[in-house]
Design a binder for this molecule. Sequence first.
Ligand code: SER
Length: 318
Amino acid sequence: MQNILITGACGQLGSELTTELRNIYGSDHVIASDISEPNLLIADGPFEYLDVLDRPRIEEIIEKYNIGIIYHLAAVLSATAEKNISQAWKLNMDGLLKVLDTSKEKKLDRVFWPSSIAVFGPDAKKERTPQSSACNPTTVYGISKLAGEQWCSYFYRKFGVDVRSLRYPGLIGYKSHPGGGTTDYAVDIYHKAIKGEVFDCFLKKDTALPMMYMSDAVKATINLMQAPAERITIRTSYNISGFSFSPKDITASIRSMIPEFEIQYNPDHRQAIAESWPHSIDDSPARTDWGWKPEYNLQSMTEEIIKNLPVFWNMETA
Ligand code: SER
């Protein structure tokens, strides 16, 4: 059997995707890699130190483990990218190009690469943004994702690399932490609410953004990668949607379970990033092509996180 390599496996999505892929294919067949030490979630299987800018090392790992599929997740997120433009561009672009070119040379079966709602800029349609809406991003992260989508499409057309991609909205889970995104507040808010602390929000209360519960994101990713190649009609990246909410909406949802929860608003530089993005996404092509359908809404996500996060904390400290 050909094996799976995940780059950026210690990240927010990587940790949970690694766990699920190991449940499906077996721990020994899913190789986690990162420049950080493996966390609790991914400690039960093979792990390799991998800086994705080090192409010989990518090749070495592909050969060592007979890798046939790569999920290339290592990247710098939106807020961090604005603080270090050149580092973000280098990691997000050169990393992708090295993975795509190695995949072509080694004739890998399939590659997954995450894009984002950040490809859309202020002139895209704000509500139910269609797949083909104007993509004129105003953030470094968005520019890198838009260019990356075009590289994926190029490697598919020109060299037949079967690379597939999703434009993720903000991803929210309780088992792993996001790092440096504009939607991170929607993870942190649950941690503060459960600890009984006041949450200091860096976005304004009415700023609605597209979001998705982590288990839906993991399901979408695996469904896309398992779909027969002829079902994939979009080789840049698919719009994908869960639900949309503002800080005010998530506060109301948390208060339905923790009525004393308090939030205060101190918008910072991330407000401008959020304002440049869509409010909600139309994901019709993903639904038609490979049967995408999310399971969670804001309230069911809140209930699951508030019930499980304290249990997870206990496991972490056990
Ligand atoms: N969650 C990401 C970010 O905020 C969006 O792709 O950067």
